[in-house]
Design a protein around this ligand. Structure first.
Ligand SMILES: Cc1cc2nc3c(=O)[nH]c(=O)nc-3n(C[C@H](O)[C@H](O)[C@H](O)COP(=O)(O)OP(=O)(O)OC[C@H]3O[C@@H](n4cnc5c(N)ncnc54)[C@H](O)[C@@H]3O)c2cc1C
Length: 389
């Protein structure tokens, strides 16, 4: 991959910059800056999603005939970097980046026509129903059951840690449709309407104080067979396909750099209050070290993305990216708290200010090595791929 931008790529960068200058509002930037959870709230991300939709820029990885932006890897990288640099909200990915690849690869034509335009326009907001109280890393142990009864499936059970379930109108879920000797062989991939009778959502408040995640209960929830994606009992292979996209297509480096930028802003605020943070050479050197580590990580991401032209899968390399990005996220968070020093204990004194978000961001970053598959699980995947088993 050639990293010297061609004249056409430089022109594309200018087009992105102009778009950002025109459509990214101060409220959107402020909303993203104050987001300590994994994703911004819909009132922050939706207006940005709509602006991108009108431009045809919501779905870089989709085929053009379904509304994909038709970018090369480098164009996608330019777009993501410029968005992060400008402080644009993170586009909520569960529909665009997780549900859609599975629907595109395994869904029927009717399912593509039903779901994809509404994901693209932002009309539908999805959540991911994989984990259960007794099934996280050992996902195949899941117990939520879907039984075919006449003209519908009846779903009973519970999903947990479901991000933004309280905002979502659709969930893609893994459900047990058969008891088979190998647990993986009795799992199906199904779409659930979150407004259905029998769906109950209970909030779980995170260590940083946000309501991002939930436990969802299903009591005799009816789903038409048209909600089943692909073949019955083949959901495990679709889930593995999806998880590669969850872990390996995010372009984390630009967002990691936004985290550093937020710390820079916090330093400015502290200096303005007569705290001479920049005189601390040790802290400044560590800030520079992290910036370099993010640059190196960016090269790794680009190498991986170079393999990911439309139709390509990220494969086990996605686990390498997830492992490294989550640890870097935590390092950035730790550095932020160190820079605040003892005043970190009084972070709630600064509402609506950059100083209010450093500590909850650090606290929430503890989850980065858990969600999307825990670090130990990623190490297992990498080891198996190296050993060829
Ligand atoms: C903030 C957040 C948001 C989330 N959002 C969603 C969501 O939207 N949808 C969804 O479905 N899930 C979601 N999850 C759930 C997430 O995917 C699980 O938490 C994760 O897969 C780990 O499962 P667990 O919590 O059951 O922990 P466990 O699997 O019980 O793991 C506990 C510990 O044991 C270790 N361990 C487990 N197996 C092994 C092994 N084989 N070898 C070595 N060590 C092992 C783990 O690494 C971990 O340290 C979210 C989680 C968090 C924290």
């Amino acid at each position: 991959m050639d990293l010297i931008l061609t004249p056409a790529q430089r022109a594309f960068r200018r087009e992105v910059q102009t778009f950002l200058a025109t459509h990214l509002t101060a409220e959107m930037r402020q909303g993203q800056m104050l987001t300590a959870g994994v994703y911004p709230e819909p009132d922050v991300s939706r207006p940005w999603h709509h602006a991108l939709y009108r431009k045809g820029w919501v779905a870089p990885l989709w085929p053009v005939e379904y509304g994909g932006s038709g970018w090369t890897t480098i164009e996608r990288f330019i777009f993501e970097s410029e968005c992060a640099l400008a402080g644009a909200p993170v586009v909520y990915p569960i529909g665009v980046r997780l549900a859609a690849p599975v629907i595109l690869a395994f869904g029927s034509e009717e399912q593509k026509r039903t779901y994809l335009p509404r994901i693209l326009s932002g009309e539908d907001y999805w959540c991911q129903g994989f984990s259960e109280p007794g099934a996280g890393s050992d996902l195949a142990s899941l117990q939520t059951r879907a039984v075919l009864e006449g003209d519908h499936y009846t779903i009973n059970g519970s999903k947990i840690w479901t991000t933004h379930a309280h905002h979502a109108n659709r969930m893609f879920a893994l459900v047990r449709t058969a008891n088979t000797p190998r647990k993986q062989d009795g799992i199906s991939f199904i779409v659930i309407d979150m407004q259905s009778p029998g769906v109950e959502i209970r909030p779980i408040i995170s260590i940083g104080g946000e309501h991002d995640i939930n436990q969802v209960f299903f009591t005799d929830v009816r789903v038409p067979p048209s909600g089943l994606i692909g073949e019955v009992n083949a959901g495990w292979s679709y889930a593995k396909y999806l998880l590669e996209f969850e872990r390996g297509t995010g372009l984390f480096s630009s967002r990691l750099r936004s985290g550093l930028k937020r710390i820079e802003r916090a330093i400015d605020a502290l200096e303005a209050a007569d705290r001479h943070i920049r005189d601390n050479m040790d802290l400044m050197a560590r800030l520079a070290d992290v910036a370099i580590e993010i640059d190196v990580f960016e090269m790794l991401e680009l190498m991986t993305l170079g393999l990911l032209e439309p139709g390509q899968r990220p494969g086990p390399t996605s686990s390498v990216l997830k492992l490294r990005a989550s640890r870097l996220k935590q390092t950035v968070g730790e550095l932020g708290v160190e820079i605040l020093g003892p005043s970190a204990l009084r972070w709630q004194d600064h509402p609506e200010d950059v100083l209010s978000v450093i500590v909850p961001d650090y606290l929430n970053s503890r989850a980065a090595t858990i969600f999307g598959g825990a670090s130990e699980v990623q190490l297992g995947i990498i080891a198996k791929s190296l050993a060829g088993v």
